[in-house]
Write a protein that binds this ligand. Structure first.
Ligand code: EPU
Length: 417
């Protein structure tokens, strides 16, 4: 397993260019299966989740090519309807392909998805949503077998506003007979981006970004040339890094409106943040002040994907923060590692009580999921002494060249494979 060796204490100065959002790109790659011609996606990050998604597309029969950060997919040759378990277990978003495969081939056999172990992560809402469109589903031996020969548009009420379920139903509905209304949809920017991408290929999808999405079926899809939205979680991670380490960072290619919940929270932490067109500039010279409560909720609330980095920041801020994780059941695995570095944190169920300490001290720690890995890296950068972060392959799922980017900002971090 790869590791980062970090000598903490350096301030960070310079510019970070943010690539397209992992959680948008993986959904768009699923949607690419629907295309009627070549699809070009720009500014795609070179991260493991994208690589694994491309492997699955190839396995389904798509022609796939990557040149730098441009990915080209030709889905006209899609011929297989199965995602075997060795490919599906590599990432959660393999399940996002269920809707598109059904839309295109009317039949699918998909193994249960993998992904970071941050909670139960069932897929019942995805399956109920597809059933509401007339898909027949049967589960056996770790596979979901679906028959969409009678799929038609309809009214779908999602029990919870699941990001993945909204995406799956939206994509399936584009090729069903008739119109679909999805109630209680997720409102994350990645949903809006997927809708824009589908529209750019000829679909009629309205209302994305609100809780009711309307999809007109029987789309005749063509190809597209599309740049997905910037990664708000990567941008947010570097914003938090700057607040923890001090210095001045300019984070470019961002949409500050997607990070309003973080920016307003950090301003309460007394961080100086300026927004200029597509840039977020963070300037920090003093230890931040903790501000009582950080509670994760669906967009536009505070994102669960920034909870771990935010816990790292709270652990070195003046005062106490209560962090409430409402989205996933076991997303505090970074806490025991932060405690090894001298953090004062108690976890009770879904709440972590973080009493800020003046400084953390370097230690040997282990990332157990993607965002937890980012959190430990930030903690190491701010700590006294040397920190070794094991399990860097989790970080590779969602952050392109994290060590190199940080080194470019003046951080003392080396990767050893
Ligand atoms: N849920 C169910 N049943 C379902 C689906 C979801 O109970 O059928 C529950 C989940 O267990 C969870 C909650 O609903 O407690 C929210 O899950 P959601 O379906 O919205 O999440 P997701 O689609 O699996 C995406 C992102 C996650 C991000 C969440 C929430 C992708 C590939 N993943 O996951 O990103 O945390 O939305 O915003 O889009 C990450 O990037 O580190 C990451 C985990």
């Amino acid at each position: 397993m790869s590791r980062f060796v970090i000598r903490g204490g350096n301030k960070l100065y310079g510019r970070v260019n943010v690539k397209s959002a992992k959680n948008a790109v993986v959904a768009l790659l699923a949607g690419a299966v629907l295309g009627g011609d070549e699809i070009i996606l720009r500014n795609c990050p070179n991260i493991t989740d994208c690589k694994n998604m491309l492997k699955i597309l190839k396995n389904l029969g798509c022609a796939v090519k990557r040149e730098g950060d441009v990915v080209c997919i030709d889905p006209r040759t899609v011929c297989r309807h199965e995602i075997p378990s060795d490919l599906a277990r590599e990432l959660r978003s393999s399940i996002f392909l269920l809707g598109p495969i059904l839309a295109k081939l009317k039949v699918a056999r998909v193994a249960y998805p993998g992904g970071c172990e941050i909670g139960l992560r069932p897929i019942d809402v995805h399956l109920k949503g597809l059933e509401a469109l007339g898909v027949k589903i049967e589960e056996s031996n770790g596979y979901i077998n679906c028959d969409a020969s009678a799929m038609r548009g309809g009214h779908v009420h999602l029990d919870i506003p699941s990001v993945g379920a909204t995406e799956n139903v939206m994509m399936a509905a584009t090729m069903a007979d008739g119109d679909t209304v999805i109630y209680n949809s997720a409102k994350e920017p990645e949903i809006t981006d997927l809708a824009s991408f589908l529209v750019s290929m000829g679909a009629d999808v309205r209302g994305a970004g609100t809780s009711t999405i309307y999809v007109r079926g029987n789309t005749r899809f063509h190809g597209t040339d599309y740049e997905p939205i910037p990664d708000r979680i990567v941008a947010g991670t570097y914003v938090i890094a700057s607040a923890m380490c001090g210095g001045e960072l300019e984070i470019c290619n961002t949409r500050a409106e997607h990070l309003e919940s973080l920016i307003s929270k950090l301003r309460q932490y007394a961080c100086k943040i300026t927004v200029e067109s597509d840039k977020i500039i963070v300037c920090s010279s003093a230890r931040p002040y903790a501000r009582e409560l950080v509670e994760t909720t669906p967009y536009p609330g505070f994102p669960t994907d920034l909870q771990a980095p935010m816990t790292a920041l709270a652990s070195v801020s003046k005062g106490t923060t209560v962090i409430v994780e409402n989205m996933f059941e076991t997303r505090f695995k970074h806490v025991s590692e932060l405690v090894k570095m001298g953090a004062r944190i108690i976890v009770r169920g879904r709440n972590a009580i973080v009493v800020g300490v003046k400084s953390l001290s370097g230690a040997e720690v282990c990332a157990k999921d993607l965002r937890g890995g980012a959190c430990l890296t930030l903690a190491g950068l701010a700590a006294n002494g040397v920190t070794v972060v094991h399990g860097v392959n989790y970080i590779d799922r969602g952050y392109e060249d994290m060590a190199e980017v940080i080194r470019g900002l003046g951080g003392d971090i080396v990767r050893s494979d």
